[in-house]
Design a protein around this ligand. Structure first.
Ligand SMILES: O=C(CO)[C@@H](O)[C@@H](O)COP(=O)(O)O
Length: 225
């Protein structure tokens, strides 16, 4: 197999994966209408596969996923890439370990973003998945590197794989697109639980040593190895 055939095979696989993963956003009720998007980095190449802009979730297919370079320029002659392509691309250019990016406006997490308030680490699930609080990023307009810069400035070197962009919504990162989708699902889950808990009384923080222990176990022991 030639290198070109290898890359084309990888791109086709990522087109199917990214297209299918958008179904997880609707199944978990993280998006409405056409809001939100998912991308995946093409390993070893300055390329990514991302959702086409403004296309209904039930019309997304592997074929209409858009292949772009890491400055957001479509390279496959397909449709227009997502409105948030610049943000995804900036993350990939500046965080080489990230191979998946997700954006949603999920209700409870976006309600925290509307207040510009980080979600405190008061649940073991937060310690497991995020290693502490879910941080807030700056308000940023769409259509240039502003959102991506806000994500990288906070998440680079941070344990959390989710960030609440002020007045906007959720961005998550992962070692692959599926991991980033998982982060988005769990971000909404804990945003809802902590919101409800705070309405009923005082939140009880978890000691940092316990957060660290939970995080190390979940990241290194949990599941099937
Ligand atoms: O956050 C935004 C725009 O504010 C996007 O998630 C949303 O409009 C979806 O845009 P795309 O369909 O991905 O171009």
């Amino acid at each position: 197999m030639t290198a070109t055939q290898d890359v084309l095979g990888t791109v086709d696989r990522l087109r199917r994966q990214v297209s299918d993963l958008h179904g997880e956003l609707t199944r978990n009720e993280l998006v409405v209408w056409t809001a939100g998007n998912i991308s995946a980095r093409v390993p070893g190449r300055d390329l990514m596969v991302i959702k086409p802009s403004g296309v209904s979730y039930d019309e997304l297919t592997p074929e209409n996923m858009v292949l772009t370079d890491l400055f957001g320029t479509a390279v496959d002659g397909g449709g227009s890439p997502s409105s948030d392509t610049d943000a995804h691309a900036y993350v990939y250019r500046h965080m080489p370990a990230v191979h998946g990016v997700v954006h949603t406006h999920s209700t409870y997490a976006t309600a925290w973003a509307a207040r510009g308030e980080a979600i405190p680490c008061v649940l073991t699930m937060m310690a497991d998945e995020f290693g502490g609080e879910i941080p807030v990023g700056p308000f940023a307009l769409i259509g240039d590197d502003s959102i991506g810069r806000g994500i990288v400035d906070i998440l680079d070197g941070h344990r959390s794989t989710a960030i609440l962009m002020k007045n906007h919504g959720v961005f998550t990162i992962g070692k692959d697109a599926r991991s980033a989708v998982k982060s988005a699902v769990l971000c909404e889950e804990v945003a809802r639980t902590v919101h409800i808990s705070r309405q009923l009384g005082e939140l009880l923080p978890i000691p940092q040593t316990d957060i660290d222990h939970l995080y190390q176990r979940y990241q290194n022991v949990y599941g099937q190895k």
